[in-house]
Write a new protein. Structure first.
Lengths: 303, 282
């Protein structure tokens, strides 16, 4: 009893733990994160001002790397492809919603169907890329026999510069649609049945009901779907690397792939130039990151 | 419920729906089914142009066994395990602590630290690539599994912190307050009060991170090379050049490479989906 009331008997830790504890718990996480994520971002900005092959002496050249980007046709191809990815990848959201609506029933075995529709998302993008590369393959792929049934084709999706990016995006959409589907299935589960009934009594149905009653309630799911899809689109690397290596003639490169190619492949170790491409990609992403943080900040203030 | 349950529709609609389900599923999984079919065919089927027909003989066992005996695939799989499991443990452990600190304590800068973790998690990998590769080289960890693990732990801590912090925020604060009144130290509160309540979050995160890391390709290519260290996502390219144009083998190899996260998903489905859809409903 006396020990508890006696302030002399308590250690420094006992007196200050409320202030010290959060920093103690945060220290290892912050140290790791700073070392491997935060500091490297600034280092990349710095490296982008140098000419450096990764081994020898780095030479400061100011904004020359960025200047060079402006005249680099491959950079513009990559940027254009990023825009295509960004726009077309968003189709995963209506696609996922469509499948979610299709599967949101209670019939026998529906749980298994939902899992089987979802599981492409769990497969690595490398394998998805391989699977689709074979699917498109003109000599062994299933695509051309299927097209033939409809009197179309044959086509060599990945061998043609004007179709290759669309072919890879289609492959990327496959797991992404599955992801959006699961987000919407969860969202649909939480839709308020009373509101649906009330709207039904008012004569709402079909698309009207979807647009005015259901979709507003699915907004949290839509928000997350947009965030993960945009980030997925800008991160696209694995599939391009596996399916085409950026080809044919560099026509399927995106910024993420081009950056890797410039810095680490046989085309030479141009770290500074690669870092400049990465900075451009980062700045594009920053728009979305800022938007996401702003929304979170608003919610935090309300909550 | 939306759309209207089929049970409330006509018998024809119900029958149509049940018939449509398997057809839709087959169409959805068509590319994968093709690879699965390839993987059980003997190589003679490919030379004789029997691509889509029934396999002339079942060569499934043979093909899959060869993946394990005639290639470095077992080594790559083992590397994947030795990269994935420590990463899961490390990232979950670190984020239990950071999530606890950011979720429970009010202090200046809390929200900014939290935003730092969230923002870092969304950053494109390429902006980190050159410096992280340099750092790993300088630490003498280039082309080691440990080098890859350390980076993965650090990067995943961003997402995990977001996840854990929001989970802890939703826990009843009274429990912590009551323990404080009793004079329980903060460390014991973390260990004995909060950690047991975090079990579902730990399970969900573990399954998710396992999948993310198992499927990582970019960092595997950037930080490792060769059969001693590379995980299966990177190893599959070497495997495919070994079995160039032997589609039955490449198919079997791909399926094996993809299998562990798929199994993880089907075994831990509830946790997986709970983790993935956190925040999809308000």
């Amino acid at each position: 009893m006396t020990a508890q009331t006696d302030p002399q008997g308590t250690s420094w830790w006992r007196r200050n733990q409320m202030r010290a504890a959060p920093w103690l718990f945060l220290a290892p996480g912050i140290a790791f994160f700073a070392l491997y994520v935060i500091i490297p971002i600034f280092q990349s900005f710095q490296i982008s001002l140098y000419r450096w092959d990764g081994l020898g002496e780095a030479r400061y050249i100011g904004l020359d790397n960025y200047d060079q980007l402006l005249d680099d046709a491959a950079f513009y191809t990559s940027l254009m492809n990023n825009v295509k990815w960004l726009v077309l990848y968003l189709l995963a959201i209506p696609g996922g919603l469509f499948i979610a609506l299709f599967l949101n029933q209670q019939v026998r075995g529906i749980r298994l169907y939902k899992s089987l529709f979802f599981f492409p998302f769990v497969i690595s993008q490398v394998v998805v890329g391989l699977v689709f590369a074979w699917f498109y393959n003109p000599s062994i792929g299933l695509l051309n026999p299927v097209l033939d049934l409809f009197g179309l084709g044959p086509m060599n999706v990945l061998g043609n510069p004007s179709t290759v990016t669309y072919g890879i995006i289609a492959a990327g959409l496959w797991p992404q649609i599955a992801y959006c589907m699961i987000l919407y299935l969860t969202g649909l589960n939480a839709v308020d049945p009373d509101q649906v009934e009330a709207a039904r009594l008012d004569g709402a149905k079909g698309l009207k009901m979807l647009w005015y009653v259901i979709l507003p309630q699915l907004r949290p799911a839509t928000f997350i779907a947009v965030v993960v899809t945009v980030i997925g689109a800008l991160r696209s690397f694995d599939m391009i690397s596996v399916m085409t290596n950026g080809g044919p003639f560099g026509s399927s490169r995106v910024l993420a792939y081009y950056m890797f190619e410039v810095s680490l492949s046989e085309y030479g170790f141009r770290m500074g130039y690669g870092a400049a491409i990465a900075v451009v990609l980062f700045l594009i992403m920053l728009v979305y990151i800022a938007f996401f943080l702003w929304r979170m900040w608003r919610e935090e203030r309300e909550g | 419920m939306f759309p209207t349950p089929v049970q409330q529709r006509s018998a024809a609609v119900q029958a149509g729906y049940t018939a449509l389900l398997p057809i839709a599923l087959i169409l959805w999984l068509l590319p994968l089914l093709m690879v699965a079919l390839f993987s059980i065919k003997p190589d003679t089927d490919f030379t004789q142009g029997n691509l889509w027909g029934w396999p002339t003989s079942f060569a499934g066992f043979e093909n899959y066994a060869r993946v394990f005996t005639d290639s470095a695939m077992p080594r790559y799989l083992l590397n994947s395990v030795f990269i994935t499991v420590p990463t899961v443990i490390g990232a979950v452990a670190l984020s239990c602590m950071t999530g606890f600190a950011l979720g429970v304590y009010r202090f200046k800068g809390n929200i900014w630290l939290f935003f730092m973790f969230v923002a870092g998690n969304f950053v494109p990998f390429q902006i980190l690539m050159v410096p992280v590769r340099e750092l790993t080289l300088n630490l003498g960890l280039y082309d080691t599994r440990l080098g890859l693990v350390l980076f993965h732990i650090a990067f995943q801590t961003g997402f995990c912190t977001l996840f854990m912090r929001n989970f802890i925020r939703a826990l009843p604060r009274e429990l912590i307050e009551a323990a404080r009144v009793e004079g329980v130290s903060e460390i014991r509160i973390f260990w004995y009060v909060v950690l047991p309540l975090m079990r579902p979050a730990i399970a969900a995160l573990s399954v998710l991170i396992f999948t993310f890391i198992w499927n990582d390709y970019f960092w595997a290519v950037v930080l490792t090379q060769g059969v001693e260290t590379q995980p299966v996502t990177a190893g599959i390219t070497a495997f495919n050049s070994q079995f160039r144009a032997a589609y039955h083998m490449m198919s079997a190899g791909s399926i094996i490479a993809a299998l562990p996260p798929v199994m993880m998903f089907f075994l831990m489905q509830k946790h997986f989906i709970a983790g993935l859809t956190l925040g999809a409903v308000k």
